[in-house]
Write a protein that binds this ligand. Structure first.
Ligand SMILES: [Zn+2]
Length: 270
């Protein structure tokens, strides 16, 4: 049932953007295509997403709640009076903001490449995830459709999500166990260590290493698991060196040991 409602929201946003005044050239086929790529999920700990062939809306996104609160946006434009943070009253408002945001990404990648005025290069490119192209589209939706809807506190639907469709109430934060405290301290230590190694590397080879961590993390069966990767790409100025290393860690303590050992080896070899 709620999928149908989110579909209606995506359709409403696309139909809004179809208006001639925006000069986006959106057709009925584009509207249908957007609805077709919609995925509605209900998962803790993951955001939504929007791309050329995907619009993913998460009913359990951390900012969604049925209580009045401030819904925030990306830091770079959170203070913008139109597309930035906004006061919301209920769950429906939250979902509208997420739908409008992800639909804007979809239009950014599916429609903007075909429009001349968006094809600027560099930092103005429509390709930048929360850059000018995205913000232009999102501003149309927020200014002309979403903000007025939220501010009049009207429901778009006769019957919005029933109570059992709402995400379960948040569990109150428990006191940290000794283990969790230890994990947190290793997390801080790991980050510090990564930073040190990175600056050493840069000094020695004059280019950056990239360290990705916290990828694919989540609770599965109550177990913390994340992927650590360390790699540097081909670099023409220095030797054509590239390095790739991946491993999994189940706690920050494991990660800390891994970072220490691997990095030491790399630095010694080179
Ligand atoms: Zn985004």
């Amino acid at each position: 049932m709620k999928v149908k409602q989110v579909e209606k929201m995506v359709r409403a946003c696309m139909n809004q953007l179809k208006k001639k005044e925006y000069e986006l050239g959106i057709t009925k086929a584009d509207v249908d295509a957007a609805v077709r790529v919609l995925q509605v999920i209900d998962k803790n700990g993951v955001p939504g997403c929007g791309g050329r062939a995907i619009i993913k809306i998460n009913m359990s996104y951390w900012q969604h709640s049925n209580e009045p609160h401030t819904f925030t946006e990306y830091e770079s434009y959170n203070e913008d009076p139109v597309i930035g943070k906004h006061e919301v009253q209920n769950f429906e408002h939250c979902v509208w903001l997420q739908v409008a945001h992800e639909v804007s990404h979809h239009v950014q990648y599916a429609i903007c490449p075909h429009i001349k005025r968006f094809s600027r290069r560099g930092s103005k490119s429509y390709l930048k995830p929360h850059g000018d192209g995205f913000k232009t589209i999102y501003r149309f939706l927020r200014r002309d459709f979403i903000n007025p809807l939220i501010d009049t506190n009207d429901s778009y639907f006769h019957h919005w999500f029933s109570r059992e469709d709402l995400p379960k109430p948040e569990v109150k934060k428990k006191k940290l166990t000794k283990e969790q405290k230890e994990n947190n301290s290793y997390r801080a230590k790991s980050k510090k260590l990564l930073k040190t190694w990175n600056s050493l590397w840069r000094e020695k080879y004059n280019y950056d290493i990239y360290i990705e961590h916290g990828l694919q993390h989540g609770m599965s069966g109550g177990e913390f698991n994340f992927e650590l990767a360390l790699y540097s790409g081909y670099n023409e100025d220095s030797e054509d060196y590239s390095y790739d290393l991946r491993d999994h860690a189940h706690s920050w303590k494991e990660a800390y040991v891994w970072i220490g050992e691997e990095m030491k080896e790399i630095m010694e070899v080179l």
